[in-house]
Ligand binder design. Structure first.
Ligand SMILES: Cc1ncc(COP(=O)(O)O)c(C=O)c1O
Length: 393
């Protein structure tokens, strides 16, 4: 049978990247002792008051249809939050709610891109970006991030990749998988390029609330001169330990939101009002769980660094935010994929191969920081033993 070009473009962009994770889950089901450092789920449950808010809203009958933009109270709460955080005015006309950052990014990119267009994106990148871009028919133009620059996207590198077909500069700060947080001056330099070449900036800021102590978050939304060309996506998945609620949004120019509305209506015909009520509550108060997560994840990254950095040529890149640390295993001569597979089979430690996030992270591993301190210690012991005895590889 024949299928659409869209599904053709997405072939091979899904499950392959997660093969080690799938294998680890299978081994766990078989009763094997597995430490799962693959995906990043918050390490605490969703705060009970948010669950109660969603439940109470359902009981109160908030189960009907909504509309394609989002519930007015949630849009107003988003406008208030971004006005307070970014230091300039945002109104409800600048916001739209969607089911998670993932759907928001899909809708945003479909609003801005089509076949023949090019998107500049950092390599490595979050595993779904390739599919998000491919879905639109546009071409991803990867710009390699360098560890010696803290894996932060540099305007000079971006400039070298701009062509007359470039439409979007797609950034992610804090960045998954590297945990890099773009500095204000770096964003200003990227913004100047966007202005000079008339590009949109799409900024995935889902980890904004998980910035570690001592690091300052910056966004292109901070800069009034970028107001007409910037769209930011985020959600409560990480900040409020609520990924299963699938509640996210985008913030952008009013004209952009109006342009995206028919697409959101076509996709969804509106999100769930009871989730909107819970989200309104979440974003009008500071998250009770975000700071704790950021503190624990920073400490676990520090543990991994103390235990593994410099050991048998291994090197640990410490994140500035988010849920992951990176381990450079290039000195072993193995690919990330081969190392991760052998490590899982022989020690039960499951990590993501860097290759799952692009060629820019070949020969690295991504380690999730969301398991307990004891599990992280034990994983380090097993990784050290595995690396110290090359015969086991
Ligand atoms: C960089 C990045 N963007 C987007 C997402 C998806 O987030 P959401 O649950 O809001 O769809 C994730 C999830 O891990 C992520 O790491």
């Amino acid at each position: 049978m024949r299928y659409s070009h869209l599904t053709d473009r997405l072939q091979g962009l899904g499950g392959d990247k997660w093969a080690i994770h799938t294998l680890a889950r299978h081994m766990k089901r078989e009763g094997r002792d597995v430490i799962e450092l693959t995906i990043g789920e918050p390490d605490v449950p969703c705060p009970p008051d948010l669950i109660q808010a969603a439940t109470a809203a359902m009981v109160a009958g908030r189960t009907g249809y909504s509309n394609g933009r989002g519930e007015p109270d949630t849009l107003a709460a988003l406008a208030q939050r971004y006005t307070a955080r970014r230091g300039r005015r945002f109104g409800p006309e600048n916001a739209m709610t969607l089911p998670g950052t993932q759907t928001a990014l899909y809708a945003v990119l479909c609003t801005l891109l089509g076949p023949g267009d090019e998107v500049i994106v950092a390599d490595p990148m979050y595993a779904t970006y390739e599919g998000l871009i491919a879905a639109t028919g546009a071409r991803a133009v990867p710009v390699t991030l360098h560890p010696e620059q803290g894996f932060r996207l540099q305007a000079a590198d971006v400039a070298a990749h701009i062509t007359p077909r470039t439409r979007v500069l797609f950034i992610n700060t804090p960045h998954n998988p590297t945990g890099a947080v773009l500095r204000a001056d770096e964003i200003a330099a990227l913004g100047a390029l966007a202005v000079a070449h008339d590009l949109w900036i799409v900024s995935d800021e889902v980890y904004e609330d998980l910035v570690f102590d001592g690091v300052t978050f910056a966004s292109p939304l901070d800069l009034p001169e970028l107001a007409d060309r910037t769209v930011v996506t985020a959600s409560i998945s990480k900040s409020h330990a609520a990924p299963g609620f699938r509640s996210g949004w985008c913030i952008g120019p009013a004209e952009f939101c109006s342009r995206m509305l028919p697409l959101s209506e076509t996709l969804l015909f509106g999100s769930q009002p009871f989730i909107a009520d819970m989200t309104t509550r979440a974003i009008t108060q500071n998250s009770p769980v975000a700071r704790g997560m950021a503190t624990r994840f920073a400490a676990r990254a520090q543990t991994i660094h103390a235990r593994l950095h410099g050991l048998d040529g291994l090197s640990v890149h410490r994140p500035e935010a988010g849920m992951f640390a990176l381990l450079d295993i290039r000195a072993t001569g193995l690919s990330g994929k081969a190392f991760a597979h052998a490590l899982l089979m022989q020690t039960g430690v499951a990590c993501m191969p860097g290759e799952s996030f692009g060629t820019g992270l070949a020969g690295w591993l991504r380690l999730s920081l969301t398991q307990s301190d004891a599990a992280i210690e034990s994983a380090c012991t097993r990784i050290a033993a595995f690396t110290e005895n090359p015969r086991t590889i």
